[in-house]
Design a protein around this ligand. Structure first.
Ligand SMILES: Cc1cc2nc3c(=O)[nH]c(=O)nc-3n(C[C@H](O)[C@H](O)[C@H](O)COP(=O)(O)OP(=O)(O)OC[C@H]3O[C@@H](n4cnc5c(N)ncnc54)[C@H](O)[C@@H]3O)c2cc1C
Length: 390
């Protein structure tokens, strides 16, 4: 049976000095006051043009990102490839609003697809619809497009064209593409777009993947509905399954605007739906392709078990595990070592523009009530193991 305790395999790609670096970094981002201070300080420093880019680039950026552009990421792609781990190039620039910027983001994603073409080390591409569409129109259309003005309909059509251009490029290059899940006030629009793309490009196999956030209590039902629609429309369903990244924001918005929260009441409910979602897809794998995007050990093991129960080979191209660069290497490296398909999101983009992404990673790894974070405790374990050998 697969084990995630093997820190020797988990950190095989890290030299002693790399490990020491990671240790220092996670020690720092484990301190809540420092992360809070860092968040304010970096915003101020960028605003008044202090030269902090170099410092960020050598520390937190180096740990969680592949580089500032696709070329910079090539070393990381090869390094992961040596351990049979694929790269998913994730252009992580957020908050762009002009039409020109949205076009440029579309072109950047199409460039990442071109880089992935015929490259076995890059099994997927990925993008966020909010990177190529005005968020205002995604929001307005969330309840349906019927009541939109003529101008809004045009705007929505332009967004859809960008999404279609990316999916078409993915189809032609034979590079499957993930479409990330976002806030619930955009997600219905995104779901409709993705379903249209799946029915168009997934006739032979899953090329376009939607993302399901299982912290939402309606997602299991949505999964089943998506399946039935695909059976009727005779196409395949690609699903990246995650728990969901925006829980606090969702709950706050629901409380503020007085509607029922779309998020499960407890972590246990989210965990249960996640594992049931995995089981549903593996049971109906003829119609699906699945990527389990998770740092949760139990869910990762559950997928291994489900595959064995169904008699599926670890290398079955329809099934993947995925984690973020710089996190949960104990899952990625051990699962890859056992021959399963694994990939890491490798975020990239100009340092200043990926700051929101980096701050989310820092906050995620900040210790709760003095507890050592998951990443830090693994690093400490590996440091002790290596020391004992000397
Ligand atoms: C490859 C990859 C791709 C991703 N893509 C996306 C994406 O497109 N969209 C997106 O939103 N996120 C995405 N994420 C992030 C993901 O949704 C989670 O935030 C993150 O992975 C932590 O969840 P976990 O499964 O690793 O496990 P855990 O660490 O076990 O679970 C933490 C998660 O459980 C849920 N949770 C925690 N407390 C509660 C509670 N009290 N009640 C209900 N639920 C609770 C939350 O979703 C929380 O993030 C991605 C993650 C990975 C690894």
């Amino acid at each position: 049976m697969i084990s995630f305790d093997n820190t020797e395999i988990a950190f095989a790609g890290k030299s002693d000095s790399d490990l020491q670096w990671s240790y220092r970094l996670f020690k720092m981002i484990g301190m809540p006051w420092l992360v809070k201070f860092g968040k304010v300080a970096t915003n101020v420093a960028f605003a008044i043009h202090l030269p902090i880019k170099g410092l960020i680039k050598k520390t937190i950026f180096k740990h969680f990102c592949g580089g500032e552009n696709i070329d910079d990421c090539k070393g990381k792609i090869e390094e992961l490839g040596r351990f049979k781990i694929g790269t998913i190039l994730d252009y992580s620039v957020e908050g762009k609003t002009t039409e020109g910027d949205l076009d440029r983001t579309r072109d950047e994603i199409i460039a990442s697809i071109a880089t992935a073409k015929n490259n076995k080390n890059i099994p997927f591409a990925v993008f966020k619809v909010t990177g190529v569409a005005q968020t205002s129109i995604l929001r307005k259309a969330n309840g349906g497009a019927e009541d939109l003005s003529e101008a809004d309909r045009k705007e929505l059509a332009v967004s859809m064209q960008r999404v279609d251009a990316i999916c078409k490029a993915a189809y032609e290059a034979d590079v499957p593409v993930f479409i990330d899940a976002e806030d619930s006030w955009f997600q219905d629009t995104i779901d409709r777009m993705v379903n249209a793309m799946m029915s168009k490009y997934n006739k032979e196999k899953a090329v376009v993947f939607n993302t399901l956030q299982m912290y939402r209590h309606d997602r299991l039902a949505f999964l089943k509905k998506t399946h039935l629609e695909a059976v009727a429309g005779q196409y395949f369903v690609g699903i990246k399954m995650v728990r969901g990244a925006y829980m606090e924001k969702e709950r706050e918005a629901a409380a503020k605007d007085g509607y029922p929260s779309p998020i499960h009441a407890t972590k246990e409910d989210t965990d249960r739906d996640y594992d049931q979602g995995l089981a549903y897809i593996v049971e109906h794998i003829e119609q699906f392709a699945l990527c389990a995007g998770t740092h949760n050990e139990i869910s990762s093991l559950r997928l291994v078990e489900l595959m064995a129960e169904k008699g599926l080979d670890p290398t079955d191209p329809r099934l993947f595990f995925a984690q973020l660069l710089g996190m949960s290497d104990h899952i990625s490296y051990n699962v890859a070592h056992e021959g399963y398909n694994v990939a890491k999101y490798v975020p990239y983009g100009p340092v200043k523009e990926v700051m929101p992404y980096l701050l989310r990673r820092a906050e995620e790894n900040t210790s709760v009530a003095g507890q050592m974070g998951r990443e830090l405790s693994l690093i400490v374990k590996e440091k002790k193991r290596r020391k004992a050998l000397k």
